[in-house]
Design a protein around this ligand. Structure first.
Ligand code: BG6
Length: 472
């Protein structure tokens, strides 16, 4: 990388790694509840033990240090800090994250702290429907203040909400995440309150003058028109308005895109605005845009011909695709120019370049890549090696795309791969592996949860020490 301050990192999330789900004073989260209901996750797997990071964080961070990792993005579990979501603080929980952060700092690994990665306290869901109530905004702010006060002097990068677009879409439209609802109005409500919670957190952080940076992480899948038939292009525009700008514009400009609002209005859906909302949204421009990039999407009009529907049954182990209002405006089809992963996600490194350029030209904001990686079935060989050359190829091509975008003027602060260790995939159990470190467990048994370095571990170590790819 031409930029010598570029950060080479990797990422994870609390529910996917920690375990210790019902111990050490932690309250129940909506994912503890959701994964306990049969049929909601692959083979009914849960994060109850996950990869036991809670007890093994020293071992894992030592591996990060051995790799030379410069930053580690992890999330804090809200109910571990505030078991009910507000009120009494669980000191053991607060202490745990101090220990994790101190251990990272001991090895000069920059902690990137995600405040919310989907594990809402169940109590708030029971009390008022979680994100469906405006009350969430103040409770989220109370939680953020605890984190800023406790960790703000040590942590220089905070990520507010991880993939608000995913947890609202999967939770309130596609019935794939809690609370497993398909209702456009409820989706828009929950999303609006999440927007306010995000803005309030940013505002609070800035008022505290802690000197670091804060921003949300967005799951961006750039949209391509399936053909140059203008009705496909219009469908792609609608898809962008409704599923990209609908969040990004609010984050950066504090405004919903007009065209998305017009579509919603036509469908009888409204954003539950109250006095003061707009001012709050406009007052909270993030310092960076967190970008989680996995794939691009090819879009066509439901009224044009050609194109093959994407087979969603392979997309996550849970399968089916719920009908939504979006289907009236656009549909996703396969892209015959691109390969796909075992879970039918397109593999499109150039799409990362496209994403970075589009974000840069519409928003002119620094980007921190907070996730990118390949989920695959890795095999542990009898000599304890794991030959994941496909992951190396995948990451290498994506790094080239970042370099290219930077040469075209995009400001990229750093790159966090998903993930450092193998971990629990929300809907795909433990078989879908993303890490540089293989964790020997599966859906049936936790075994001994031993850690083994994959080939990609040694490769990324080289990348970090060279500050980029070697010229080939
Ligand atoms: C992102 C999430 O959407 O994608 C992660 O932030 C998640 O938590 C990752 O694990 C990969 O998704 P999946 O479904 O393959 O585990």
């Amino acid at each position: 990388m031409k930029n010598k301050d570029f950060i080479w990192g990797s990422a994870s999330a609390a529910y996917q790694i920690e375990g210790a789900a019902f111990t050490y004073g932690k309250g129940k989260s909506i994912w503890d509840e959701y994964s306990s209901v049969s049929g909601n996750t692959f083979k009914n797997t849960t994060g109850e033990v996950a990869i036991d990071f809670y007890h093994r964080y020293e071992e894992d961070i030592k591996l990060m240090a051995e790799m030379g990792l410069e930053a580690y993005r992890f999330s804090v579990s809200w109910p571990r800090i505030l078991p009910k979501g507000y009120g009494e603080v669980n000191k053991e929980g607060v202490e745990f994250y101090h220990k994790v952060i101190d251990e990272l700092l001991k090895y000069n690994i920059e902690p990137i702290l995600t405040i919310y990665h989907w594990d809402l306290p169940q109590h708030l869901q029971d009390l008022y429907g979680g994100f469906e109530s405006r009350e969430i905004v103040n409770h989220f702010n109370e939680y953020c203040k605890v984190l800023f006060e406790e960790y703000g002097s040590k942590v220089k990068y905070f990520v507010t909400l991880n993939e608000q677009n995913i947890f609202t879409t999967l939770g309130y439209l596609l019935k794939l995440h809690p609370p497993k609802v398909c209702d456009m109005q409820r989706f828009v409500n929950a999303n609006h309150y999440a927007n306010l919670a995000n803005a309030m957190a940013i505002k609070t952080y800035k008022e505290m003058n802690l000197g670091g940076m804060i921003g949300p992480s967005f799951a961006y899948s750039p949209k391509y028109a399936f053909s140059n038939n203008p009705i496909d292009v219009i469908a792609m525009e609608d898809a962008q308005e409704l599923t990209d700008f609908f969040w990004l514009d609010v984050y950066v400009y504090g405004k919903y895109p007009k065209s998305a609002l017009a579509i919603l209005e036509k469908e009888g859906i409204s954003v539950p605005f109250m006095e003061g909302d707009l001012e709050l949204l406009e007052s909270a421009r993030p310092d960076f845009m967190g970008l989680n990039y996995y794939q691009s999407m090819s879009i066509k009009s439901p009224h044009s011909s050609g194109g093959e529907d994407v087979d969603f049954s392979k997309n996550s182990a849970i399968g089916k695709k719920e009908e939504t209002l979006y289907d009236k405006y656009f549909i996703q089809v396969t892209n015959n120019y691109l390969d796909v992963t075992d879970w039918n996600w397109t593999i499109d490194p150039m799409g990362l370049d496209v994403s970075l350029r589009r974000i840069n030209s519409r928003y002119n904001i620094p980007v921190l890549i907070t996730e990118n990686g390949l989920g695959a079935f890795d095999k542990l060989n009898s000599d304890n090696t794991i030959n994941d050359s496909y992951r190396i190829t995948y990451l290498k091509e994506h790094i080239k795309a970042i370099e290219n975008a930077m040469e075209h003027g995009v400001c990229v602060l750093g790159y966090c791969t998903w993930s450092f260790q193998d971990l629990f995939s929300w809907l795909n159990g433990y078989q879908k592996r993303y890490g540089f470190v293989y964790v020997d467990r599966d859906e049936e048994s936790e075994k001994e949860l031993k850690r083994y370095k994959k080939d990609s571990f040694y490769w990324y170590k080289e990348v970090i020490s060279n500050n980029g790819l070697k010229d080939e």
